[in-house]
Ligand binder design. Structure first.
Ligand code: AP5
Length: 213
């Protein structure tokens, strides 16, 4: 049983690392961003309610997000643990999570502000399987085509520079204060996210190994 949080600002590399950890450790990646984008694309009642938040980079209401997470982690594939990506993001969500379960480790990716903007603006994702690429730092073999499933690579609507800057501000105001909350609980490890994707991954697996000792 292993329950992890991949934490960090927008476009720090949470999804990139979470996808690989999920595969290597056999843990489902529970990404609130992916779940919400999927709901928007399918125009479910949640998707209709949440669309304007995603478009502007604001955080969705805590009650909706907590409900979404509770439903997702109660599915059978989460019975041996999971990897939370993008949750919690407010103190209210963190308190609800504490009521729900104990988290083994928070991997906090630290990256400077301007690199975050560059990573977001150059990001491309697969329309079909959500795999993450970058036009400069993590290119697909064929431009515009997903290596994993052949799907079309697209730019997320919220990766336009102004929306990215709004998301960074929202992170500073509402999400960064959670770091202190995790420090008090003693289950957070900082990861130097300025390094390349491989090196960041190694830092994370080392932290997970240390936990298992
Ligand atoms: P969400 O999808 O969670 O967005 P985010 O937190 O802003 O994170 P990103 O997906 O932008 O980035 P990431 O850290 O996963 O980076 P990635 O691996 O893609 O949320 C979207 C929206 O949903 C929110 O704005 C909000 O409206 C709503 N929402 C979600 N969760 C919510 C919650 N809990 N409460 C309320 N609302 C919520 O990498 C980025 C790029 O960098 C990629 O191109 C990648 O290839 C590249 N890259 C990755 N690592 C490296 C590296 N080491 N070096 C160079 N390039 C790298």
């Amino acid at each position: 049983m292993l329950k992890l949080i991949i934490f960090g600002p927008p476009s720090a590399g949470k999804g990139t690392q979470a996808q690989r950890l999920s595969k290597d450790y056999g843990l489902p990646q529970v990404s609130t961003g992916d779940l919400l984008r999927d709901a928007v694309a399918k125009q479910t009642p949640l998707g209709v309610k949440i669309k304007s938040y995603l478009d502007t980079g604001k955080l969705g209401p805590d009650d909706l997000i907590v409900q979404l997470i509770k439903e997702r982690v109660s599915k059978p594939d989460c019975s041996n643990g999971y990897l939370l990506d993008g949750f919690p993001r407010t103190m209210g969500q963190a308190v609800e999570l504490d009521r729900m379960t104990a988290i083994d480790l928070v991997l906090n990716i630290v990256v400077d502000h301007e690199s975050l903007v560059e990573r977001a603006v150059g990001r491309r994702i697969c329309r079909k399987c959500n795999a993450v690429y970058h036009v400069k730092f993590n290119q697909s073999k064929t431009a515009g085509v997903c290596d994993k499933c052949g799907g079309e690579l697209i730019q997320r609507d919220d990766d336009k520079e102004q929306t990215v800057r709004n998301r960074l501000k929202v992170y500073q105001d509402q999400t960064a204060p959670l770091i202190e909350h995790f420090r008090k609980k003693g289950n957070i490890v900082d990861v130097d996210g300025s390094k390349g994707i491989e090196e960041v991954y190694s830092q994370m697996t080392r932290a997970i190994k240390a936990l298992k000792k």
